[in-house]
Write a protein that binds this ligand. Structure first.
Ligand SMILES: Nc1ncnc2c1ncn2[C@@H]1O[C@H](COP(=O)(O)OP(=O)(O)OP(=O)(O)O)[C@@H](O)[C@H]1O
Ligand SMILES: [Mg+2]
Length: 328
């Protein structure tokens, strides 16, 4: 496919891209966001929570979990960006407040981070009680309608009864007093806070899980290949890289286990390799080299599927499993 007219990136025709061009192409890859079915579904759940809670006597809240790299923050940030901060009568209006929990957080540092996200210059000053009450005031003053707290697992980094107790109590009363819907988002492990505190659980009965792509059924394969096709169209090259072809899709699924973050990382590296070699698309050799540069700690026994002739995805996963069994 030749799409010279649509692509803002020029044809290289075998001439290596210069450093700035390579950098621009890589940055472009980092920013690719595809509205795949899971993404759209989650976005609409967030929209519902936000919309139906407005002026409600009891706003709904939600807990969203998912393993690293499935795309949780991408959805939440995209939703936040839809609502611009505005100055109205000398007052900053922040319809959607997005904040992350810092590593090793305590309720005090969460309150402080939320104040920082609201733009309070004194976000570090005060006791836990002082910061929390300032935070609640700011939420009203800035007319916050929805609060999104990402990286929630960090509130449970120091996993003791005392920490869980303190953290869950703080979140519970914060929810009650904020009076707006809250979306907590974190790793699946952070769910344990709800088991620990049934009162908090009652406030977060809606628990959603974001998952990566699957590849077992024909529908699942089509979904993943459609995702690849959309990405391919957005790659910073004038020619198609045929990512969605059956052969490459099998290999890309095996290499990434259906995780958008891993796919993006491979394509990010492969983009640089392709552009540096003056290529107008990413080919399997670029993917092979890109994959070799990366080490996925969660898959120590994965093998490089690219450039393998007659690649069999089922066998490849089985071999990986056997290797991992042998090592244990
Ligand atoms: N909808 C999407 N389309 C294309 N790429 C995506 C999409 N969602 C996520 N990605 C890719 O995956 C990367 C990781 O996504 P994101 O940071 O949203 O994951 P996460 O679930 O928040 O992970 P973590 O738990 O580690 O914070 C993104 O930087 C992007 O490259
Ligand atoms: Mg995230």
């Amino acid at each position: 496919m030749d799409s010279d007219q649509q692509s803002p990136f020029k044809r290289l025709n075998g001439i290596p891209a210069d450093q700035i061009d390579v950098k621009n192409r890589r940055e472009h890859v980092k920013k690719i966001v595809i509205e795949h079915p899971n993404y759209i579904k989650l976005l609409s759940e967030v929209e519902d929570i936000h919309f139906y809670s407005q002026e409600s006597v009891k706003p709904d809240s939600m807990f969203l979990s998912g393993v690293a790299g499935v795309g949780k923050s991408t959805v939440l940030e995209e939703y936040t960006n839809r609502f611009e901060r505005q100055i109205v009568n000398n007052n900053t209006v922040i319809p959607v407040l997005y904040s992350t929990v810092p590593v090793g957080a305590t309720p005090k540092s969460v309150a402080s981070k939320l104040l920082y996200s609201l733009g309070d210059p004194l976000y570090e000053r005060g006791t836990e009680i002082g910061l929390t009450s300032r935070l609640l005031n700011f939420i009203k003053k800035c007319k916050v309608e929805l609060i999104i707290i990402d990286e929630f697992q960090h509130l449970l980094d120091r996993d003791t009864q005392h920490v869980l107790n303190k953290a869950s109590e703080w979140v519970k009363s914060f929810c009650d007093e904020a009076g707006v819907p809250i979306i907590l988002c974190g790793f699946p492990e952070s769910k344990k806070i709800f088991k620990f505190n049934p009162q908090l659980d009652r406030r977060f009965l809606v628990k959603l899980k974001m998952e990566g792509f699957y590849y077992n059924t024909q529908e699942e394969q089509i979904e993943f290949r459609t995702f690849l096709n959309s990405i391919d169209k957005r790659l910073p090259f004038v020619e198609s890289s045929s990512l969605a072809s059956k052969q490459l899709a099998d290999k890309l699924y095996y290499a990434t286990n259906g995780l958008p973050s891993h796919l993006n990382k491979i394509l990010y590296e492969a983009t640089a390799l392709a552009a540096k070699s003056g290529s107008d698309s990413i080919d399997e050799n670029h993917l092979y080299e890109a994959f070799n540069k990366l080490e996925f700690s969660t898959r120590p026994f994965v093998s490089n599927p690219f450039t393998v002739k007659e690649f069999n995805i089922v066998e490849a996963f089985e071999i990986e499993k056997l290797r991992s069994k042998d090592a244990n």
